[in-house]
Write a protein that binds this ligand. Structure first.
Ligand SMILES: [Zn+2]
Ligand SMILES: [Zn+2]
Ligand SMILES: [Zn+2]
Length: 265
């Protein structure tokens, strides 16, 4: 873990969430019976002296209330999809009433274009900074390198570095390019799209639990975190059962973690 920062999983689910209101599978039933296993849409908070967010999930207000977060200093966006940007308007009145100056937000031009249309009424409360693939940003003692993901136009992940700790966050991606994989060599922690279990319904733009574990082994990381999980598809697997399966795997000492919303490291 980074010595100077705490990383908080605000949400660990895919867009359907868990439980899904239209699904009665064993994974959803478990999440209803035990809300600790419920999954809101994926977003990460990086807390040093300041608070940096990666993405704003539609459940942002609920996530912040749960974690006792009262303000944000900036937001980095991975891509424009609603499950990653839909919570931005919930920051409008933090800016208007408390902060008083526009909130810096960072994304590729392809991501800002639709966001500006969707959130036109509140666009005066943000200060957009257009970023480019392979650009390195530095905030609050953590560096963030923008790395292309395989998902939709403008989709990226971030390589994060603080001191001698290095981790990567790719909530939505299919296979990564060789150029990106080279940048990830030697990272300590991989937090990666694990939308599916078994069959990949959207080969090329999302990944499976198995893909994430394989990639973690290839990169030689100390720990992989299974992010953006549905748990419904293709084989509905309750979180407890998945953790039991993961514990049986021979991963050569690499930790494989199915995080819960609110987990921190
Ligand atoms: Zn997503
Ligand atoms: Zn379900
Ligand atoms: Zn997406």
């Amino acid at each position: 873990m980074p010595a100077t920062h705490e990383i908080i999983f605000l949400g660990t689910g895919a867009s359907c969430g868990n439980p899904s209101f239209y699904c009665g599978c064993a994974a959803c039933e478990e999440a209803v019976a035990n809300p600790a296993e419920a999954k809101t849409n994926s977003s990460l908070a990086i807390h040093g002296a300041e608070m940096t967010l990666i993405d704003t999930a539609p459940e942002l207000r609920i996530q912040f209330a749960r974690e006792g977060i009262h303000s944000v200093d900036r937001v980095l966006f991975t891509h424009e999809h609603f499950d990653h940007t839909g919570g931005l308007p919930q920051l409008e009145f933090m800016v208007r009433l408390n902060r008083k100056t526009p909130l810096p937000i960072y994304a590729l031009a392809e991501t800002f274009e639709p966001m500006k249309t969707h959130f036109d009424w509140m666009w005066d409360t943000v200060e957009p900074h257009v970023i480019e693939p392979f650009q390195a940003l530095e905030f609050d003692g953590m560096s963030y390198t923008v790395l292309p993901a395989s998902h939709c136009p403008g989709a990226v992940g971030f390589l994060m570095q603080a001191g001698d700790w290095r981790g990567a966050y790719f909530p939505d991606t299919g296979p990564l390019s060789t150029e990106v994989l080279e940048r990830l060599e030697g990272i300590d922690v991989l937090i990666h799209d694990s939308t599916f279990i078994g069959r990949n319904w959207t080969e090329g733009t999302h990944s499976t639990v198995e893909d994430t574990i394989r990639l973690g082994r290839e990169l030689g990381v100390k720990a992989v975190y299974l992010a953006h999980c549905t748990l419904h598809y293709d084989t509905p697997t309750p979180a407890t059962a998945l953790r039991e399966q993961l514990a049986q795997l021979d991963t050569g000492g690499m930790q494989v973690i199915l995080p819960r919303d609110g987990d921190r490291f």
